[in-house]
Design a protein. Structure first.
Length: 416
């Protein structure tokens, strides 16, 4: 066995020299050499093993070094695909999905400068997500040009590789400081393009077959994940939207009101809840029918929605009732808003089929957190009680809630 051991060492020494002569990365050479050493050591334990056997195995492994490197690469790709699948299916929230895609692209493709995703719908691109090599997220490299790479990929649905942006027809009108290489990949579900992913490098040159294969796997999974997330987003929006007017519905109002209470409690600020009801709307339905009444509601509610701040929240409470949450507001600012709403109703322009013009008023009730209540349901009851007083005693006005309204005081206000 000593002689066999000496022969093994001699064969391994020759194998190392051959490996170094054939080139390749040091890590791949070392991995292959370790595999040879394990096999040779194992064969020593069998009496049938001869020096020629060990030498043939060593020669075969070295000759098939490229095949082993390919197997190693494909194993790494499968591992990357597994991780990608886990990341992309862990959430149905579209921003999370897009963030996972750009993160995986940056991780899988070496020397990437930045990755950008744009969503494509109805012939238009909109920003989705971005990540650069410095770790900066959601700062797009540039806005897509109508005749540029991203729109071209979106329209024709094919991958485009640009090895040098300084010398390519798609970049003749691009800024002169755009340098390096870039690839544009359509994100497709079937034959439908749902987005485009661009990946750039600061160096010129193409992308290897393994990189193209990885990017293809990534784009396929990303397209399905984006499609699923978009569908989930649409269904969620429908669940929280009023089907007639498109405004948030009662379910959305309750959740937003609870969020506002929690935020106000944490940050020690007040906010207003205004409940409103149209005056004279019943006559519209009775005279012209519900189809015309629906048109009127859509028109009135749409006008009011355009008049609120981005930080405020307008929802359809039911029928011809609306609820408005004024974030970080006090009574004086709520009253100013109420006056604007009343004036806005006077400026409505709508003509009925018989030529008559629409004349509607509006009444409302205002409650303030934490003056009138300290939780969402009680705030709504306080504002509703004030609205009831306005409707019964002084239509066309906005009444202010009285004192603290609690669960037992709900229906005791308004008979005075």
């Amino acid at each position: 066995m000593e002689r066999m051991g000496d022969i093994r060492l001699s064969i391994l020494a020759d194998a190392r020299r051959l490996l170094e002569a054939k080139g390749g990365s040091p890590s791949e050479r070392e991995l292959l050499f370790q595999l040879l050493e394990i096999l040779a050591t194992s064969l020593e334990k069998y009496s049938a093993a001869t020096p020629e056997t060990i030498q043939q195995i060593a020669k075969g492994l070295i000759e098939h070094q490229a095949l082993l490197a390919l197997l190693k690469q494909q194993t790494a790709e499968l591992d990357a695909l597994k991780k990608l699948s886990i990341n992309l299916t862990s959430s149905l929230d579209l921003p999370d999905v897009l963030d996972a895609v750009v993160t995986e692209a940056m991780r899988l493709i070496e020397n990437t400068r930045d990755v950008n995703i744009f969503l494509y719908k109805n012939g238009r691109l909109s920003f989705g997500a971005a990540l650069d090599s410095d770790g900066t997220r959601n700062k797009p490299w540039s806005k897509p040009r109508s005749n540029g790479l991203t729109y071209t990929v979106a329209r024709n649905g094919n991958i485009i590789v640009v090895e040098d942006m300084q010398d390519h027809p798609l970049f003749t009108t691009a800024p002169k400081d755009w340098i390096g290489s870039i690839i544009g990949i359509p994100l497709k579900v079937g034959e439908t393009v749902v987005g485009v992913m661009n990946l750039s490098r600061s160096t010129t040159g193409g992308f290897s077959s393994s990189e193209l294969r990885l990017l293809g796997l990534l784009s396929d999974q990303a397209a399905v994940a984006i499609s699923n997330a978009s569908l989930h987003q649409m269904i969620s929006r429908q669940a929280y939207s009023d089907t007639l007017t498109g405004l948030p519905n009662r379910r959305a109002l309750d959740e937003r009101l609870e969020e506002e209470v929690q935020a106000a409690r944490r940050n020690n600020y007040s906010f207003a809840v205004i409940m409103m009801d149209l005056d004279g709307f019943k006559d519209v339905n009775d005279t012209y029918g519900h189809a015309t009444g629906d048109d009127v509601l859509r028109m009135v509610f749409s006008q009011m929605a355009r008049g609120v701040r981005n930080t405020d929240f307008l929802a359809r409470y039911g029928g011809d009732e609306l609820t408005l949450i004024l974030s970080q507001s006090d009574m004086s600012s709520a009253q100013i808003v109420a006056e604007k709403i009343i004036e806005g109703m006077k400026n409505l322009k709508y003509k009925f089929p018989d030529g008559k013009r629409l004349k509607l008023g509006i009444s409302g009730g205002i409650a303030i957190y934490p003056v009138n209540a300290r939780n969402g349901p009680d705030l709504l009851r306080a504002a509703d009680a004030a609205l009831y007083r306005a409707k019964r005693y002084n239509r066309g006005t906005f009444q202010i809630a009285r004192g603290i309204t609690g669960p037992l005081a709900t229906h005791q206000v308004g008979g005075e």
